[in-house]
Every structure is written in structure tokens, then in C-alpha cells.
Design a protein around this ligand. Structure first.
Ligand SMILES: NC(=O)c1ccc[n+]([C@@H]2O[C@H](COP(=O)([O-])OP(=O)(O)OC[C@H]3O[C@@H](n4cnc5c(N)ncnc54)[C@H](OP(=O)(O)O)[C@@H]3O)[C@@H](O)[C@H]2O)c1
Length: 183
């Protein structure tokens, strides 16, 4: 089986993953309405991936929470610059400045099966390189008007095949798509 790359992310209904300043207060407020024990498929998804690949800005945001959420799961942080990795994360977090294609090829050769690609700019770069296989978006019932977008301009259309829609009583709607590969 070849290496798959997946997106699993929450956005406002108008397609933003964070406020301009990176703020996630709207997402925290929405998550506070989720009944205990419901994780919208997050743990099942996490159990299906070998490694997380995240952009430097997402990494810095996650670090700012003060509590590392990914346990022993390997995390590769993409940045053109050197990044700070706290001593207690040295065994799981690594840095790369490879292009999406270089990273994909290297991890593929290592025998990995599924990557979790996270961060708006990072997802856009992997999509533009034709390296995303499936996308799960949990729509949060809020319009932010502006912020950091999940998607951008790719210079070409990217066709998607609808796989599933799940609606939650508390107002979230989760859409799963497969990316139609054209090459
Ligand atoms: N709503 C959600 O579920 C969700 C999920 C994830 C993140 N977020 C939020 O989204 C925000 C971050 O997203 P973002 O779109 O601003 O950025 P991002 O994708 O997290 O990070 C972008 C940075 O990643 C680095 N990068 C990406 N690909 C690279 C490559 N191939 N080679 C070298 N460097 C690469 C660059 O860092 P350098 O500039 O250092 O070169 C780039 O500036 C945060 O606020 C985060 O909390 C929300």
C-alpha cells in the first residue's frame, strides 16, 4: 500500500481555521458545547496515522497550549528556519525544510502508511503538489468573516469525491472527501 496523506481539520462555515492572529477562541467555545465522550472521530483518525506533518505556525500554537497533545506520535515540523524543540519532545518531534514531494518520497521509502498533514499553508502546499488523498473537515457553525483560510489558490481545479457527511446534534457537520488524482 502506498503512503496516504490525510487532512483532518475544523473550520468556520466560511472556511477559516483560525483568526488572523491565530486565535482559536471560537473553536474552543464550540468545543465546549460538545458532549463528554464525543470526539468527532479524532482518536480513531489519530490511531490510523503514523506521523503528523505540521507547519511551523501550527507547531508554535500547539506548543503555546503548554500541554503536548500528540503523545509518542512522531511529529515533523516544516519550516525554512531552525525551530526550537523542547528537550522532552526531542524523541518525537523533528524538523524538516524539505518540499512536500521530498518529504513524501523519504517517508514513503521508510514504509510509512498514512500521514496527517496539518496547518493551512502546509495543507495548501501538499494539495498543490497533488499529495493529499483525503480531507475531513468539521464545519463549526460560525461565520468569522476573516482569518487564516484552509484553502487558497492552486492555479488549477482540484476535484473531490464525496465520501461521507456526518451531522452532530450539537451543530457540527463533518464532511469527508477523497481527492481525485489527475496524474
Ligand atoms: N482549526 C483547526 O482545526 C486548526 C488546525 C491546525 C492549525 N490551526 C491553526 O492554523 C494556524 C496556522 O496555520 P497557517 O496556515 O498559518 O500555517 P501553518 O501551515 O501551520 O505553518 C506555515 C509555515 O509552515 C512552514 N512550511 C510549510 N510547508 C513548508 C515546507 N514545505 N518547507 C518549509 N517550511 C514549510 C513555513 O514556516 P517558515 O515561515 O518558518 O518557513 C510556513 O510559514 C494556527 O493558528 C493554528 O492554531 C487550526
Amino acid at each position: 500500500m502506498s503512503l496516504k496523506s490525510s487532512v483532518f481539520i475544523a473550520t468556520s462555515l466560511d472556511g477559516f481555521i483560525a483568526r488572523e492572529d491565530g486565535g482559536l477562541d471560537w473553536l474552543d467555545a464550540a468545543n465546549a458545547t460538545v458532549p463528554e465522550g464525543e470526539d468527532c472521530g479524532y482518536h480513531t483518525f489519530m490511531n490510523s496515522i503514523d506521523t503528523l506533518v505540521m507547519g511551523r505556525k501550527t507547531y508554535e500554537k500547539v506548543l503555546s497550549f503548554g500541554q503536548w497533545s500528540y503523545g509518542n506520535k512522531p511529529v515533523i515540523v516544516l519550516s525554512s528556519e531552525k525551530i526550537e524543540i523542547p528537550a522532552d519532545l526531542h524523541s518525537t518531534v523533528s524538523h524538516s525544510s524539505e518540499s512536500p514531494q521530498e518529504l513524501y518520497t523519504r517517508l514513503s521509502q521508510k514504509g510509512l502508511k498514512r500521514l496527517y498533514i496539518d496547518g493551512g499553508i502546509t495543507i495548501q502546499r501538499f494539495l498543490a503538489a497533488g499529495l493529499i488523498d483525503d480531507i475531513t473537515i468539521t464545519l463549526i457553525p460560525i461565520l468569522l468573516g476573516n482569518g487564516k483560510p484552509l484553502f487558497g489558490s492552486f492555479g488549477k481545479d482540484i476535484s473531490l469525491r464525496h465520501i461521507a457527511t456526518k451531522t452532530f446534534d450539537f451543530g457540527f457537520v463533518q464532511l469527508t472527501y477523497q481527492v481525485v488524482k489527475t496524474t
